[in-house]
Design a protein around this ligand. Structure first.
Ligand code: GLC
Length: 801
């Protein structure tokens, strides 16, 4: 069953049927302010942090789902009938009113046609503004004069999630509202600068600032009392719950259209006046849309593919890029599932995300990499979850003494307690950072970065290269009795809690990190370092063969009691995805074992919806292995199709030259190809989800937790770098596609260090991998070498065979 379609030309997903089984999300804003919005205008707005500065309220995990939101109600004065432009909250029957929702890149538009009135509500946060703009048009498509009242509604939050959810004997008296000259001012009194405004480009005929007055105590957003009455009550108060309602009466002759623009922003009256003036001419708002479009177009131009596969093109050029960028911009803690109650950065998630979109966002990725470097300890492990400001040089404002200490100040985690000990360290966290840094310097050519100095979380400082050395030293040191890296609190799998046990996955991640370090050291002519890394790799290769090979696949590790995990001797959790994918992808496994390991994944873990994390599922709690055995079978880390590691397998298959299989796997997980299976999938078909119920669960195929997942970044990375096979090297571009043999070829427009390359790949022999000829601007070459100060565009012909 299908609920919508991709409008590829406009970079939009159009929801034609709005009665979706679950929220379909979009993210508005590309700087400090962000709105998480669903297909019925439900969602919330925050400034910088959803934990401490949530501007509009959200009732998480509730029914009706994902309310409140940013609503526009229209009421017909003639008969008192009213509706909302977004289907919810009024929810007119779908055979009486027509609704659509369009999610685009940083823009969402709701649209409704009802009783001859056509209305649209376009939501965006323009670049350079700290305001969510609601751009509303109302057109009289009937043949008589229409007399309407239009009401806006958003519910303000008490900023801090804890204050918003507890201890109301304090919370209820921390916020106040007032109205002056067309502007509602919301004031979080406990904060020094706790103001927000709501204003418009017209002179309102009425207003309400008190939620309970506008809605009515026994009503809901579906039937607000003020809308039923057709008039607001001019309510405001110090204390209580507050809303943003401006009322406007309209008389529209047939064919007449009005444009009402609302601004919900950070700041007080001054900021409200500034934004009103800026957009007094609505053409300026049209220009702001154009700026946003260009912002994304510029990113899209870093890698644009035209292939025989429409799903690949739409996802890679638009949606998967978008998802990956959003994860780098807003970290992983603001969605309808992660409702903002914990923010900061997760070390491993951020380290992986920042490797994936360096071509389209070098500054953003570098910023994240630096934050991670500063959160590295001198021992070489990362702080698993941290606030970047803990370890950033203080800016002047932060040092300014606060005039009062309010109950809503951000709780300060002081000094030592920010730096957790080894007991809380995850064995994989910092290992992800090494390939990300190497990728960063390859993509940008910014070798000087390696000599930049940054602090350590527990004191002292070192160059980037020194940080990297500490990371590998830590993992080389923290090994168990089999010589395999320790699992510590967890490795990539949060639910595999091996403590003193050992992790094959981390051993392979270390192998890859050493390989990256070796390549880097050779490039920097640090021969001794390179030789040491090479020795480390040799030792790990031996362990890979002698200790971690189980006969047909690789073990997942050892428990603290020395029991094997992921062996044919087990009855549950025999085969695991992570260790087998990384044995191959890291290069630690030899060819024969690589083939067998990948076959084991295919034979034991592959389903029509993607690759499961492990099989058979765990049904008996086993605390020696960890929490994974206490998770319901088929969900999350216990045998679900965990999306994030799926692209590891695509890349591993490409390493072995299996383009057909890599693409089959790509298709199985690809949301685009489930657009007509929403009765099973539930979630949006334009974003990867954290996991999909595995075959041992009654909801097999259902996708959970969109957007905020490493699967976006990894899907982008594996497709662009391994399947399409275009990746940066220190000195130029490497072109090494691994595609389905049925493909005749594909074209990629790639921006690399500011230079545009049009890469035309043809596949006359219908192979899966191998390049027999490389022609740069008509001349045969063996490598696409980057020339400093090059300003030309180039054409690269790649003939596979
Ligand atoms: C979640 C976590 C991630 C972890 C994964 C598997 O996605 O954010 O850090 O690797 O679960 O447990």
């Amino acid at each position: 069953m299908q609920y919508g379609h991709f409008d590829t030309d406009k970079n939009e997903y159009v929801i034609d049927r709005v009665d979706l089984p679950t929220s379909w999300t979009n993210y508005l804003g590309v700087e400090d302010m962000c709105a998480v919005m669903n297909h019925t205008a439900g969602g919330y707005l925050f400034y910088k942090t959803p934990e401490y500065h949530r501007i509009t309220r959200f009732r998480a995990n509730a029914v009706p789902m994902d309310r409140p939101g940013d609503y526009i109600y229209i009421r017909d004065r003639e008969d008192g009938d009213y509706w909302s432009i977004s289907w919810q909250p009024v929810g007119k029957p779908l055979d009486k009113a027509q609704y659509t929702a369009r999610h685009g890149l940083s823009v969402t538009t709701y649209e409704c046609r009802y009783k001859g009135i056509h209305a649209t509500q376009k939501m965006s946060i323009p670049i350079g503004d700290n305001a969510l703009i609601w751009d509303v048009t109302i057109t009289n498509e009937s043949d008589k004069i229409r007399s309407l009242d239009v009401f806006s509604y958003a519910e303000f939050s008490y900023h801090h999630i804890p204050i918003d959810n507890q201890n109301y004997q304090m919370s209820l008296y921390c916020a106040g509202s007032e109205y002056n000259d067309g502007t509602i001012l919301y004031d979080l009194f406990y904060e020094e600068e706790g103001y927000q405004y709501f204003t418009s480009n017209f002179e309102p005929d009425g207003f309400d600032c008190l939620r309970d007055v506008f809605i009515g105590t026994y009503n809901t957003e579906t039937n607000p009392q003020a809308v039923i009455n057709g008039s607001c009550s001019s309510s405001f108060e110090k204390g209580g719950n507050h809303c943003a309602t401006l009322q406007k009466g309209l008389e529209l002759v047939p064919g007449e259209k009005v444009r009402l623009i609302y601004f919900l922003g950070e700041g007080g009256y001054k900021e409200a006046e500034t934004i009103k003036a800026k957009y007094a001419d609505p053409a300026n708002l049209d220009k702001a849309y154009e700026d946003l479009r260009r912002f994304w177009e510029n990113k899209q131009n870093s890698f644009k593919v035209t292939s025989p596969d429409a799903g690949v093109d739409t996802m890679i050029n638009t949606w998967t890029l978008y998802q990956s960028e959003i994860n780098v911009m807003f970290s992983r803690f603001a969605s309808f599932i992660e409702v903002g109650g914990r923010t900061g950065l997760g070390y491993r998630d951020t380290a992986q995300d920042s490797m994936t979109v360096i071509a389209s966002n070098p500054e953003g990725c570098k910023k994240r990499i630096v934050e991670l470097l500063r959160a590295l300890t001198t021992s070489g492990y990362g702080i698993h979850l941290f606030e970047p400001r803990w370890f950033s040089p203080k800016d002047e404002n932060e040092n300014k003494k606060k005039p009062f200490k309010s109950p809503t100040v951000i709780p300060e985690v002081e000094g030592k307690s920010r730096v957790h000990g080894l007991d809380d360290a995850c064995s994989d966290d910092a290992l992800w950072l090494i390939p990300s840094i190497v990728e960063y310097v390859k993509e940008t050519g910014d070798m000087a970065f390696l000599d930049e100095k940054y602090g350590y979380a527990d004191g002292g400082e070192g160059t980037v290269y020194e940080h990297m050395k500490k990371i590998v030293s830590f993992s080389l040191r923290e090994v168990g009795s089999h010589g395999v890296c320790k699992g510590l609190r967890a490795d990539w799998n949060d639910c595999l809690n091996l403590g003193g046990g050992e992790s094959a996955l981390v051993t392979f991640l270390l192998y890859r990190a050493l390989d990256c370090m070796k390549e880097l050291a050779l490039y920097l002519a640090k021969e001794t370092d390179a030789a040491n890394y090479s020795t480390g790799m040799e030792e790990l290769k031996k362990i890979t063969d002698d200790v971690l090979w189980d006969g047909n696949w690789f073990l997942r590790g050892f428990t603290g009691n020395g029991r094997k995990i992921g062996t044919h001797e087990n009855t549950e959790g025999k085969v695991h995805l992570e260790s087998n994918a990384w044995a191959v992808l890291s290069g630690a496994a030899d060819e024969e074992k690589s083939i067998l390991a990948l076959n084991a994944i295919r034979d034991n873990l592959f389903t029509p919806f993607g690759i499961m994390l492990n099989a058979p599922v765990y049904t008996v709690p086993d605390d020696d292995i960890g929490f994974v055995a206490r998770v319901y079978p088929g969900l999350k880390e216990n045998g679900s199709i965990f999306s994030h590691p799926n692209p590891w397998v695509w890349a591993a298959e490409c390493r072995m030259g299996n383009g057909n299989r890599a693409m089959d796997y790509y298709h199985s997980l690809c949301p685009y190809y489930q657009n007509d299976q929403i009765e099973t999938r539930w979630a949006e078909p334009y974003s990867y989800c954290q996991f999909i119920s595995g075959k041992d669960h009654s909801t097999f195929g259902r996708a959970h937790h969109p957007f905020m997942t490493g699967s976006g970044g990894w899907a982008y990375f594996s497709m662009t770098h391994y399947i399409l096979g275009i990746r940066p090297g220190f000195d130029g571009l490497i072109i090494d596609p691994c595609i389905p043999d049925r493909w005749d070829g594909f074209t990629v427009n790639r921006r690399f260090r500011g230079v545009n390359y049009e890469i035309r790949v043809t596949n006359p022999d219908h192979v899966q991998k191998g390049v027999k000829q490389l022609i740069l601007d008509g001349r045969e070459v063996d490598f696409i070498r980057f020339i400093e100060n090059d300003t030309e565009s180039h054409v690269v012909e790649v003939i596979m065979g």
